[in-house]
Design a protein around this ligand. Structure first.
Ligand SMILES: C[S@@+](CC[C@H](N)C(=O)[O-])C[C@H]1O[C@@H](n2cnc3c(N)ncnc32)[C@H](O)[C@@H]1O
Length: 220
């Protein structure tokens, strides 16, 4: 599928990669930046009784599975990759929450009109796949009634160099139309702020940075 501003998601995020990532999650649970993101979400939710989750570009659904077991009353998965999305239903059934799951295939910017609001909206390693960061972050922020939690590459010269090398390899070795982007954090913060969300946590890792934006209670 050629979609999403020229990004060939189905080729990069294919069935083999999806199956490998799901096996890794089933063996070892959430890891790395996803584990840190999850920790920040749990801390932000506190002892809330009910919450819903919208996972944009959730891949094999690690955040969805974990937040389902933490009590999310509804989980919506929107992914531009057909093969990734296809794995979600079976996994949710095995984990016993298929009745609380909704799956939508497509570029979130294009399908956002079909998607409802959620307490927690996540973009875990997704903004870096999308050329038009303001459109994606704005569409996601508008759906977040409680928080928008994201992981993005560090905003640094060395990550841009590394990503430029990676993009060269994708283009010339893999011959794929896919690029990775390091969008400036200040620009992401500005889009979130324009949509009523304030940066509440920034947890740097070696490459991935977790950033959580919160909607003030009075404006919910
Ligand atoms: C690098 S993977 C990350 C998967 C998962 N969140 C994780 O951290 O393991 C990026 C995912 O985002 C999806 N994606 C990227 N841009 C998207 C968009 N605009 N709308 C929906 N899904 C998108 C891709 O299809 C892919 O599943």
């Amino acid at each position: 599928m050629q979609c999403c501003k020229g990004q060939a998601y189905d080729q990069i995020f294919d069935a083999r990669t999806a199956a490998r990532e799901l096996r890794a999650y089933e063996r070892r649970g959430p890891r790395g930046a996803t584990a840190r993101l999850l920790q920040a979400i749990r801390a932000g939710l506190g002892p809330r009784e009910a919450f819903t989750h919208l996972d944009i570009g959730g891949g094999v659904g690690v955040l969805q599975h974990e937040l389902a077991s933490a009590g999310a009353s509804q989980i919506t998965a929107v992914d531009a990759s057909g093969p990734y999305l296809a794995l979600l239903e079976g996994t949710a059934r095995r984990l016993g929450y298929a009745d609380r799951q909704v799956r939508i295939e497509g570029d979130f910017v294009r399908v956002a009109g079909e998607v409802g609001e959620a307490t927690v909206v996540t973009l875990d390693k997704v903004i870096c796949c999308y050329p038009d960061m303001p459109q994606l972050v704005e569409a996601a922020a508008r759906k977040a009634t409680g928080m928008l939690a994201v992981t993005v590459p560090r905003d640094a010269a060395w990550t841009r160099w590394l990503v430029a090398l990676l993009n060269g390899a994708i283009r010339y070795l893999l011959r794929q139309d896919f690029r990775v982007f390091v969008h400036p954090h200040a620009a992401i913060d500005a889009v979130a702020a324009h949509n009523g969300l304030t940066l509440s946590h920034a947890l740097p890792g070696l490459f991935w940075v977790v950033r959580v934006y919160t909607r003030p209670a009075a404006s919910r």
